[in-house]
Design a protein around this ligand. Structure first.
Ligand code: AMP
Ligand code: MG
Length: 286
């Protein structure tokens, strides 16, 4: 199964989240069963991110969105932990500061987009401005409803400048969310994660669903697709995202840069290695 095709929101299509099974796990019975595949894709991711860093021509922006406890932090920890942190800046977005709020809504995000060679990860993103902001009526409808177009233009600008964009909506259902809140309550090491705000958002479940459906439908484009990732099973979420990211990076057909020096010269001069019929020969050590 091609995971890019399977989970991508086709541009122009209308999303109905009620029809998406959050518990989907493909052919895998369990985490253990999927483990070899998860590890293989993590290794692939590691190698491809190294190549992107070395090539230094293009970049990748990964946006993670989802309801509270959908697994944004866990995704960063597990999937993107496979990469070298040197080339992978992660930025989390919270309620805008006074300075941020004094600018246009995209200002604070633009500063954290990846430079060439980097894979940048957004934990929440510019989509908050058509999600929480819309649900809680923080700006009037005529303001937020224009933002889908602003977002599409912003993402096109990034794409035209060499930034590939993948956006993941981590899809959990209401029962799974409550289960995860409960797990936090009984585990002292997770108490710090609980905020009453998370519970206070639950009555807005349907309003969020509508806001997510609009964002996913209006802003999935060829150059910046949305993916709906079944996320009730954390291991399946990790597997699906590593697969999609690594398959995307693979499709870029990246190349290591040509060396800036004459490798044969260096071999001869400093390593006393000379090319001979049937391979190399080390003449003498130094
Ligand atoms: P957390 O990700 O749990 O640390 O929470 C961050 C909080 O910041 C969430 O409640 C978000 O809804 C909120 N937030 C993020 N971006 C915005 C935004 N642009 N406007 C208002 N609230 C936001
Ligand atoms: Mg939270």
């Amino acid at each position: 199964m091609n995971y890019i095709k399977r989970f991508r929101v086709d541009p122009g299509s209308k999303v109905d989240l009620g029809k998406v099974d959050a518990g989907f796990k493909d052919q895998h019975e369990s985490h253990e069963h999927a483990l070899p595949e998860i590890e293989a894709y993590n290794q692939k991711l590691h190698d491809l991110q190294y190549l992107m860093y070395a090539e230094g021509k293009r970049s990748l922006l990964i946006c993670l969105q989802g309801r509270d406890a959908a697994g944004k932090d866990g995704t960063i920890n597990h999937v993107l932990g496979a990469m070298n942190p040197q080339g992978c800046p992660v930025t989390g977005f919270k309620v805008p500061s006074k300075e941020e709020a004094a600018h246009d809504f995209l200002w604070r995000y633009h500063q954290h987009t990846p430079s060439r060679g980097q894979v940048a990860i957004f934990n929440r993103s510019h989509y908050e401005d058509v999600l929480v902001v819309r649900v809680h009526k923080m700006v009037p409808k005529d303001v937020w409803s224009q933002r889908y177009e602003h977002i599409n233009n912003f993402e096109k600008l990034l794409y035209d400048n060499g930034t590939h964009i993948l956006k993941f909506y981590l899809h959990i259902d209401a029962e799974e969310q409550l289960e995860r809140f409960k797990t936090r309550i009984v585990d002292p090491a997770r108490h710090w994660k609980i905020s009453e705000g998370d519970y206070a958002e639950r009555p807005f479940w349907d309003a969020y669903t509508a806001a997510f459906e609009d964002a996913l439908s209006k802003c999935s484009t060829k150059h910046a697709p949305w993916f709906i990732i079944p996320s009730n099973h954390k291991w399946f979420r990790n597997l699906a995202i590593s697969r999609i990211v690594s398959e995307t990076l693979e499709s870029l057909d990246m190349k290591f840069p040509e060396p800036t020096i004459d490798i044969n010269e260096i071999k001869k001069k400093y390593h006393a290695i000379v090319e001979e019929e049937g391979g190399e020969k080390r003449k003498a050590a130094w």
